[in-house]
Design a protein around this ligand. Structure first.
Ligand code: 4AD
Ligand code: MG
Length: 466
């Protein structure tokens, strides 16, 4: 099969291509015909935002019979000479000597028009929405960030661990878990009774993982520093712009790290990732700054340059209580911080990322290390302007007695977590880790307001098409 040059590479070295022949393959964004019989075809191949203008002059090639079939959405090949473009807004163009039509798109039916479509509409045509500027650009940024995440940890000598998707544990302790079963829900035997589970595939209740952390801890206490990076699932029935039922999380876990080391690593990590997109995804960021979030570049620069503010939960509550702002949700020691509180701290008070540490014990899962005050745990949440929480992490409870007490208090079955407890019985060490939500990160670096737009196929309550 013929293979051409990626349009991104053409533009990257445009002067080098002038006067030379090039072959491109992609999808037609628009076609305009002049009175003189010349057609101007915008071709986009998904390698970058910019489209290449193809000039079709019927006397230059034998494609005149094809031109009326070249419609928006059609897939074509164009081969010809690259020349400097006299037109405004583009540097080079391709004067076609040969055009091939791979697949036609019926203009009466093709769902993407030149006008801007709403994101809600695009979600209904998820098989075509990556052909739009915003969704395509978000997909490229997501890809670059995923690679940068691996690079960051591999460069530091962390080992990549594949933690299970199907698990019997519920790391975060919240009720929002998806069950995995082969029992027929219509069958009367599929109740919660032990008898019913005996007939189920795993012969016990099983779930889709909410976090790979507990299993990552096993490997951290053997290989030292590890990370897991994969899909996680939460049946949160909250239809917000920050929650998905299926999202990707990267979770490093480090032996011999305390909370301070954990925060330092997380901060270095975020700065590094922001630096990578500022450097490698310039075209996309400029597009997002222009059409989606005018404050984007300023926000990213701030994150790349300034030290994050670290404050205790108690201090955060004091600041919020003293604030003149009218919040919808109450602020009280012992209550969770809501999105509006997070935004107030990052966007009004500190105007940069804020790390909140030492949350009340009652608000956080059983595995977090209890502080000397016995009221709080060594937890940290990292909040960024615009998006709110992007990282949640903690130092883990490495002391056997304290872990057992936490489990008793929170009503967690010792039998179900025998393996996790044994890590504290045989060669336990202080250790820490955190989880970064990939979609929250992509939201932050692109300024895209709704999390559904930064994942190819969003899963939310009532939605699992495609
Ligand atoms: O704060 P969370 O719940 O922490 C954990 O799961 C820990 N086990 C992580 C660890 O210490 N290894 O989730 C971590 C991050 C959040 O800060 C957020 O970025 C993202 O995961 N997240 C979600 N992203 C999209 N949709 C959801 N429903 C999310 N829930 C959490
Ligand atoms: Mg959290």
């Amino acid at each position: 099969m013929e293979k051409g040059v990626r349009i991104a590479d053409l533009f990257r070295n445009e002067h080098g291509y002038v006067g030379k022949t090039a072959l491109v393959q992609g999808w037609v964004r628009t076609k305009r015909d002049s009175k003189a019989g010349v057609s101007f075809i915008e071709v986009n191949d998904g390698s970058c935002l910019k489209s290449l203008q193809v000039i079709a002059e019927p006397d230059r090639g034998d494609y005149s019979g094809l031109l009326n079939k070249i419609t928006t959405g059609s897939a074509i090949l164009a081969e010809g000479t690259i020349s400097e473009s006299p037109g405004k807004g583009q540097s080079i163009e391709l004067r076609a000597e040969r055009i091939h039509l791979y697949g036609w798109a019926d203009p009466a039916l093709y769902p993407l028009q030149k006008k801007r479509h709403s994101f809600e509409y695009l979600r209904q045509i998820a098989h075509l929405r990556p052909r739009t500027n915003t969704i395509g650009a978000a997909a490229r940024v997501r890809s670059r960030l995923s690679y940068a995440i691996h690079q960051f940890f591999q460069d530091l000598g962390f080992h990549y661990i594949h933690t299970p998707i199907i698990t019997a544990s519920n790391c975060e302790g919240a009720g929002e878990i998806f069950r995995v079963t082969t029992l027929d829900p219509a069958h009367p035997g599929a109740s919660e009774s032990e008898e019913a589970y005996r007939n189920d595939f795993f012969a016990r209740p099983a779930f889709l993982t909410v976090s790979g952390q507990l299993q990552a801890e096993i490997y951290a206490l053997a290989l030292g520093t590890v990370y897991t990076f994969g899909p996680t699932f939460r049946a949160e029935n909250s239809n917000t712009s920050r929650h998905l039922a299926e999202f990707w999380m990267v979770e490093p876990e480090m032996a011999f790290y305390d909370l301070e080391d954990d925060i330092d690593l997380a901060q270095t990590f975020i700065k590094k990732l922001v630096g990578v997109v500022l450097n490698d995804c310039r075209e996309e960021l400029e597009f997002f700054a222009r059409f989606i979030e005018p404050e984007l570049m300023g926000r990213l620069q701030t994150v790349a340059e300034s030290a994050f503010e670290v404050i205790a939960y108690t201090e955060a509550v004091d600041i919020l209580k003293k604030s003149a702002e009218q919040f919808t949700f109450p602020v009280e020691w012992g209550l969770d911080l809501q999105a509006e509180h997070e935004r107030h701290l990052t966007e009004r008070v500190f105007k940069k990322p804020v790390v909140i540490v030492n949350f009340p014990r009652s608000l956080k899962p059983f595995y977090m290390r209890v502080n000397d005050d016995e009221r709080t745990v060594a937890a940290m949440d990292i909040l960024v302007p615009g998006t709110g929480e992007i990282i949640g992490g903690s130092q883990r409870e490495e002391r056997l007695e304290m872990l057992l007490e936490q489990m008793r208090l929170k009503g967690i079955s010792i039998d179900d977590y025998r393996w996790y407890i044994e890590l504290r019985e045989f060669g336990s060490v202080p250790h820490s880790g955190f989880g970064l939500g990939l979609e929250r990160l992509v939201q932050f670096v692109t300024g895209i307001p709704n999390i559904r737009e930064v994942i190819p196929f969003p899963r939310t309550p009532g939605h699992a098409e495609f």
